[in-house]
Design a binder for this molecule. Structure first.
Ligand code: PMT
Length: 220
């Protein structure tokens, strides 16, 4: 579509959780549903962008001709797909709740129940945004920060660590914010530490607010 704010632009969005396999039946995961990322993708398409939506396991459906959905399972897969597309995109938003750790080994067969419990050794996953931040040229790179304490401080330190242009803070201390649900409450923080807090809104409205903030900086 021509004449829209994101016409001719390509956007990459990560959404949902990642699952890190323990054995063929078990995994380590988290509570992300993908909703926030799906709304960001829809809003970008409405603004005229072509969207690559990389999704961890989620039940959400996406049927939009401007959105190419690439399903993945683990953080390592999500990282590889993001790298595959990175050179061709203008804006990246990392809304996925990526597992920071994965089991060191994945058993080929179901681990049997034993007395005395089970200890699983975990190793660090690649940080997807940091990997992209390190090789960033023209891309506008936006992260999310899901915090439980020292929210602003932690969010700001992620901007520097991952070489981001902005970060969207949501706190699990705010009622109606974060995982699941239809709503979220965010503060948009850019790399100059300009902060804009928003009220509790639907995730569709939050997505529009995020794009308004990004667009005002893209065109500046
Ligand atoms: O999916 P919903 O149910 O709608 O929930 C939305 C949400 C709460 C998942 C979303 O709003 C959100 O906060 N997503 C980021 C969650 C998260 O993992 O935050 P973090 O502070 O741990 O990570 C910081 C940033 O680095 C995030 O952009 C994350 O995608 C990215 N990251 C983290 C770890 C990693 N190994 N690679 C990454 O790229």
């Amino acid at each position: 579509q021509e004449g829209l704010p994101l016409s001719g632009k390509k956007v990459l969005i990560t959404a949902g959780p990642t699952y890190e396999a323990i054995d063929p039946v078990r995994f380590v995961g988290n509570h992300s549903t993908g909703r926030m990322g799906f709304e960001l993708a829809r809003a970008a398409a409405d603004l005229g962008a072509g969207v690559i939506l990389i999704t961890g396991p989620t039940h959400l459906q996406m049927d939009n001709p401007s959105i190419t959905r690439v399903p993945v399972v683990s953080a390592q897969e999500m990282c590889q797909v993001a790298l595959d597309y990175f050179d061709e995109v203008d804006v990246v938003i990392g809304s996925a709740a990526v597992a920071d750790f994965r089991p060191k080994t994945t058993s080929d067969s179901k681990i049997k129940k034993k007395c005395g419990g089970l200890t699983i050794e975990m190793v660090p996953n690649p940080d997807i945004l940091q990997t992209l931040g390190d090789r960033k040229e023209k891309q506008y790179l936006v992260g999310f920060a899901l915090e439980t304490d020292n929210e602003l401080e932690n969010a700001k330190s992620k901007i520097a660590k991952k070489n981001l242009d902005a970060i969207v803070l949501n706190s699990l201390r705010d009622e109606g914010a974060g995982f699941g649900g239809e709503t979220n409450k965010i503060t948009f923080i850019d790399k100059n530490f300009n902060q804009k807090p928003f009220e509790l809104k639907t995730k569709a409205e939050v997505a529009q607010d995020i794009w308004t903030e990004i667009l005002s900086r893209l065109h500046a």
